[in-house]
Design a protein around this ligand. Structure first.
Ligand code: SF4
Ligand code: SF4
Length: 296
């Protein structure tokens, strides 16, 4: 099984729109052979294009949180004094703010009345679904929750299991933005990284950082320049960077509002009536498929 991971270094480069288009093109070639996975668990939006129908929904539980049991509490104030994170308010009754609780267990240990429960934390949900381009694995992390790296690992594991169960040869993942913990989790086991870059100084800088990560984990990568015509000088610099690093150059895409228009309509850009742009995306997907053949 091969995993293509689409990354971008930051949000807003068109990564999700292109992942949806690649899912469409993969399904066009061989329906049911690809598991689609949305690893951008902090701000998932691939479902807005794919409209998946959930078949399984499970809680994501990670870490613990303190909860004061009012009926046992003697209001001594020790928990408020001892919490280093300012998570326990004292009035009108001692109460833990779940957004601030770091789950360190200090208050639980020192409460003289054993009035603080230490419960597993429900941080979000994950889903198995069916979309018009094939099976999909995705999730939703509740606002303010951490542990997105763990949720990414869980989704990757579920996507792998689903691919094995359905005899799919490809997992196509929309990765998280940035280069933090969720991105590092998403890289684990990936076969090929597709970097969606844009020709701005920060786009080039982000590309350099993602490339360093790919090199560190020895994962082959290739680059697409989206909105390439916005700054031809930096586009050329990105191509030179790819040549220096001996990375695959997967193609340019021009700036085109059809990406946004298609997303508003809940369509992949290759389903939308935009012949020229669709053709350009198809060409990029063909190049990715050729590169996949090289590393399979
Ligand atoms: S330490 Fe225990 S008994 Fe004291 S205020 Fe906190 S919860 Fe109540
Ligand atoms: S578990 Fe730690 S962070 Fe949470 S309320 Fe108790 S002392 Fe504060």
């Amino acid at each position: 099984m091969f995993e293509i991971l689409v990354l971008s270094g930051k949000g807003g480069t068109g990564k999700t729109s292109l992942t949806a288009a690649f899912a469409h093109l993969a399904a066009e070639k061989s329906m049911g052979d690809t598991v689609i996975c949305d690893l951008d668990v902090d701000a998932p939006d691939l479902h807005l294009i794919l409209h998946p129908q959930q078949t399984v929904s499970e809680d994501f539980v990670s870490g613990h949180e303190a909860v004061i049991l009012e009926e046992k509490c003697e209001q001594c104030g020790i928990c408020t004094d001892m919490c280093h994170f300012g998570a326990v308010s004292a009035t009108p009754l001692p109460r833990v703010n779940p957004m601030k609780c770091e789950g360190c267990k200090v208050c639980v240990t020192f409460c003289p009345a054993q009035a603080i429960a230490f419960r597993p934390k429900h941080c979000g949900e994950w889903y198995l679904s069916e979309s018009r381009f094939g099976p999909m694995v995705h999730a939703r992390l509740f606002p303010g929750e951490e542990n997105s790296g763990r949720l990414v690992s869980l989704l990757k594991q579920r996507a792998k299991e689903l691919a094995e169960q359905k005899s799919c040869s490809l997992v196509l993942s929309d990765g998280p933005p940035g280069i933090g913990c969720p991105v590092i989790s998403s890289l684990s086991g990936a076969s090929l990284v597709v970097n969606v870059s844009e020709p701005t100084p920060s786009g080039l800088h982000d590309l350099e950082r993602v490339t360093e990560l790919c090199e560190h984990f020895r994962i082959p990568s290739g680059v697409i320049i989206n909105k390439a015509d916005l700054n031809e000088k930096i586009s050329t610099r990105i191509e030179e960077f790819c040549a220096e690093k001996k990375m695959g150059f997967l193609g340019h895409l021009p700036h085109n509002p059809v990406i946004t228009e298609a997303m508003i309509r809940g369509q992949a850009v290759t389903e939308y009536e935009s012949k020229d742009f669709s053709e350009a995306v198809r060409k990029v997907w063909n190049t990715i498929s050729e590169m996949k053949g090289k590393y399979q």
